[in-house]
Every structure is written in C-alpha cells, then in structure tokens.
Design a protein around this ligand. Sequence first.
Ligand SMILES: [Zn+2]
Length: 157
Amino acid sequence: MKSDNYRIEDSIYTKDTGKYGKSLFAKRDFLKDELVFIAYGPLVTTATLYTIPVSAELKIDPTQPEGNLSQYICHSCDPNLGIKNRTCFVAFKDIKRDEEITIDYAMIGYEYADEIAETGRTCMCGSPICRGKWGCYKELSNELKEKYKGYLSEWLV
Ligand SMILES: [Zn+2]
C-alpha cells in the first residue's frame, strides 16, 4: 500500500447508530487481519474521550483535522477490529460491508484519565458478553489478554 494514496474514506464511513451517536461502518468486506483504517491526527499530551494513546505520554487527537473519521471509532466488548503497531486498525474477524466496526478500547488504552469519569464509560454495545463499561488494558482479564493477543496496541505489551 502506498501511503500517499491512502484515503480513509475508501474503507469506512460514519452513520448514526440511533443508540450512542455516530459510529463507523465498513465500506466493503474485509478479511480477518486486513487493514481497515489507519488512525491519524496531531500528537497531544492531554487525554480526552477521543484521544488514541500511542505511548504512555503521547496520544493522537483524531478530532483534528475537521472531519477526521478516526474520531468515531466506538467501543464494543465483542469487537471486530484489533490494532497493529499503534495506529493500524485491522479486522479481528471477517467483516461484511455495511457492518458496524468497533474495537475494545482495552486494546488501545492502559487506563482512563481522571477527566473521564466512571459514569462516562458506560458501555451500550449490547453484546451478550458486555462488561458494562468501556475497557482499558489495566482492567483486562488474563483470558481476554489471551484472546486479544496480537491485536493490542504495541505500547501496552
Ligand atoms: Zn459492552
């Protein structure tokens, strides 16, 4: 893949879920392990609800530039995406066109900043295996660490 030709809009789009605001959806079928999108944005040091950590200190702010689709990635306790390196969102299982794409936030972030209150983490994924709130690596069970092996942001492991 030539990065100068990369356009995130070729792979994903946003739609209102009617449950928890906008989310991302697949523009085509993806096979397990295929790259779905690369998150991008300026590096910042302050966490928000949207930031994507890439190290213990640095995060990507996906709300910049305006219209950046990476900011709409939602959490699910039964995700169909994982993460390779620190910013490459790949299919954790086969994904069909127009399927909602989600990641377990525990695959990206170690813990939540104080600014993000416990109440802000209520999960509405609706999965039978929902853990009730958005994940973080710190709280991940050994069983899930094993399940997600190879799909966790590289700075966490
Ligand atoms: Zn959930």
